[in-house]
Design a protein around this ligand. Structure first.
Ligand code: NAP
Ligand code: ZN
Ligand code: ZN
Length: 347
């Protein structure tokens, strides 16, 4: 067994407190890594608050995990001790179903999430990256280029892949008019990646102060979504809109902003549900879609794309002792644009 120390919520909505726990015994195909950095995703807050009703407590959240390999099993071929590596949202799946064979492992019925799941040994719950180390099968671990900044790499493991996957699926590129709703962790990566792919990007934000930032990040246009006159200027203008909002909100203004046959893709998993103006969808032959993180190869592809094009997350680095302050600020929508927790110093 590998002993780990982490920050856990003991019950719904509780602040994280230090906890010691055991990870499973590493096998021949496993790596052990010391975690140096872990991003804070809004899904971590949803898990702490048990918004989906499926959190097992105590829970150690954190699924944007970057670190350094400290031990490898006898059959490990992809990594060596000392390599930078990363773990994202899941750490295993069946490997034989249709989604697993087509790089959509996130859709596998037996996918094991990197926290709040059960390890294959059936004895250990998976605990996330707000902790000192991780044990994972090499096939579910990503390579981080040695030259890439580990702290800024972390948010690519969830925020990056979650927006990259739909941008690829809907073939966003030069000539695409793309809207991004919400300039947070996912939203700012959506702006950067869509712009890097050559799209003409519009940000829809509720925060007046973020408009100028969105332009700096690559958007061509910033619209205050609670300003009806501004919303009217972009009616029927967008090919594709990615909605990254973490809470219940009105999506009908975004449906109106789509061209006929356009697609609104939902990424947020906040509770409460959404209401859809069916006439606008039917008469415009519009599509409301959803997307969940991304596949293993696609995740490595977005890491490599970010390295090649220098498209890196904008982060605020916080020491692990201040994790609860960072979580509180994320609750208040006070982050530009992703908190990354420094778990242990590099080297
Ligand atoms: P985040 O950093 O908190 O960003 C969410 C953004 O939504 C905020 O920055 C804000 O943008 C906007 N917003 C917040 N509350 C709002 C409200 N009441 N009404 C309208 N807009 C509001 O969160 P995140 O980490 O990017 O995650 C976003 C959502 O995606 C969460 O629900 C998360 O759990 C989910 N998620 C899904 C997947 C997936 O695979 N589908 C993966 C990761 C995360 P402005 O200030 O610009 O308005
Ligand atoms: Zn996430
Ligand atoms: Zn499978």
């Amino acid at each position: 067994m590998v002993q780990s120390r982490g920050y856990a919520a003991s019950q719904s909505g509780a602040p994280l407190t230090a906890m010691t726990f055991d990870r499973r015994e590493p096998g021949p195909r496993d790596i052990v890594m010391t975690i140096t950095h872990c991003g804070i995703c809004h899904s971590d807050l949803h898990a702490i608050d048990d918004d989906l009703g499926n959190t097992g407590f105590p829970v150690v959240p954190g699924h944007e995990i970057v670190g350094v390999i400290t031990a490898i099993g006898d059959e490990v071929t992809r990594f060596q001790v000392g390599d930078k590596a990363a773990v994202g949202c899941y750490v295993d799946s069946c490997r034989s179903c249709d989604p697993c064979l087509s790089d959509r492992q996130q859709m596998c019925a037996t996918m094991i999430p990197s926290f709040n799941g059960l390890e294959k040994d059936g004895n250990h719950r998976t605990m996330g990256g707000f902790s000192t180390n991780y044990v994972a099968d090499q096939d579910y671990v990503f390579k981080i280029p040695q030259a890439m900044d580990s702290a800024r790499a972390a948010p690519i493991l969830c925020a990056g892949i979650t927006v990259w996957s739909p941008l690829q699926k809907w073939r966003v590129g030069p000539g695409s008019k793309v809207g991004v709703v919400g300039l947070g962790g996912l939203g700012h990566m959506a702006v950067k990646l869509a712009a890097a792919l050559g799209a003409d990007v519009t940000i829809f934000t509720t925060s007046d102060a973020k408009g100028a930032d969105a332009i700096r990040l690559g958007a061509r246009n910033a619209i205050l979504s609670n300003d009806d006159a501004a919303m009217a200027t972009i009616a029927s203008a967008m090919d594709f809109i990615l909605d990254t909002v973490s809470a219940q909100h009105d999506i009908n203004g975004y449906i109106a902003a789509l061209k006929p046959e356009g697609t609104l893709c939902l990424l947020g998993i906040g509770p409460g549900g959404l209401q859809i103006a069916n006439l606008s969808v039917v008469f415009g032959q519009k599509c409301i879609a959803g997307s969940l993180i991304g596949g293993l190869h696609q995740t490595q592809a977005v890491i490599d794309f970010c390295a090649a094009h220098d498209v890196m997350p904008e982060i605020e680095l916080v020491p692990h002792a201040q994790i609860n302050q960072a979580l509180d600020r994320l609750r208040r929508n006070d982050v530009k644009y992703r908190f990354v927790v420094e778990m242990t110093p590099e080297n």
